[in-house]
Design a protein around this ligand. Structure first.
Ligand SMILES: NC(=O)c1ccc[n+]([C@@H]2O[C@H](COP(=O)([O-])OP(=O)(O)OC[C@H]3O[C@@H](n4cnc5c(N)ncnc54)[C@H](OP(=O)(O)O)[C@@H]3O)[C@@H](O)[C@H]2O)c1
Length: 263
């Protein structure tokens, strides 16, 4: 495969690595011989994944159990990694969650947590790690958005809007970095078999069940796009077609369609 050795002995920091896509990004990058720093709150899950990966691959795996919503968490994470003398070559900003339901019924505290994790922590970590990458003229950043980023998302109003931020921020940053050896790739998955819907408080609907991809497929597409320096990728043919079609219909209609598909 193209670029097979490009990540060998490099180090990737993956947020949200205790379940779902984060686990598949970790497994996928370990296949490339990449060392890993795994962050999430559930320490036991991180420890199990570490064991699984070191049993199979000759890579170092460091786990950092951390609530990224605790005060100054991104700065503390950055300081800890720097103090341990590690260099982050790949940053995967994957930790995130959605909230299913009408905005009016959603508690403010939960909305604030979503904006803080899905946007503020992602931008802060990008800001912290990007400087050294640009100095070294090498590095990869991956931002996890969603197909929900491409149009308004009734029933996921704040989540969809947060992912629109991630999409536009990531693509703009990739352009700003065009004359450096650093790239920023936005990965937009559609429904994917993870703990996302459970955390969001939604039972999978028919559309989600029919189009659900595996985390492994999504991670593979994301890593390939990242290694090719692409600014953006929507995962899977159905998701790509749906996003393409939504560009050609009036915005109110694409909003109504998003509502039909999400509810
Ligand atoms: N699955 C989908 O259908 C789908 C579609 C589009 C986009 N996405 C995006 O994909 C990304 C990964 O989600 P997923 O689908 O893999 O869902 P998931 O299985 O629920 O994984 C979310 C990860 O984020 C971590 N996390 C949540 N809050 C955290 C906090 N405060 N501090 C540190 N880590 C935290 C969780 O770990 P702990 O609970 O252990 O902290 C977990 O590892 C998210 O950005 C999500 O928005 C998912």
């Amino acid at each position: 495969m193209k670029n097979r050795n490009i990540l060998r002995n490099k180090t990737a920091l993956i947020t949200g690595a205790s379940s779902g896509l984060g686990v598949d990004f970790a497994r996928g990058l370990a296949d490339y011989g990449c060392h890993l720093i795994l962050v999430a709150r559930r320490e036991n899950r991180l420890a199990d994944l570490k064991q699984e990966i070191i049993d199979k691959h000759d890579v170092e795996v460091t786990i950092i159990p951390m609530d990224l919503l605790s005060p100054d968490a991104p700065q503390k994470l950055f300081d800890r990694i720097r103090d341990e003398g590690k260099t982050v070559d790949v940053l995967i900003n994957n930790a995130g969650f959605g909230i299913y339901g009408e905005f009016i019924d959603t508690p403010w505290e939960r909305i604030k947590q979503l904006i803080d994790l899905d946007i503020v922590v992602l931008v802060r970590l990008t800001k912290l790690f990007l400087g050294d990458m640009v100095k070294r003229d090498s590095g990869y950043i991956m931002q996890i958005a969603s197909t929900g980023a491409y149009q308004p998302m009734p029933m996921y109003a704040c989540y969809g809007a947060a992912k629109s931020f991630v999409l536009n921020f990531g693509e703009a940053l990739n352009y700003e970095l065009r004359n450096t050896g650093v790239s920023c790739t936005v990965v937009s998955p559609g429904p994917t078999r993870t703990e996302f819907l459970e955390v969001a408080g939604q039972k999978p609907n028919l559309y989600q069940r029919l189009t659900m991809m595996s985390g492994e497929e999504v991670a593979k597409i994301g890593i390939a796009a990242m290694l090719n320096g692409k600014s953006s990728v929507v995962t899977g043919k159905i998701n790509t077609l749906t996003i393409w079609l939504s560009r050609w219909v009036p915005r109110r209609l694409s909003t109504a369609s998003a509502y039909m598909l999400a509810k």
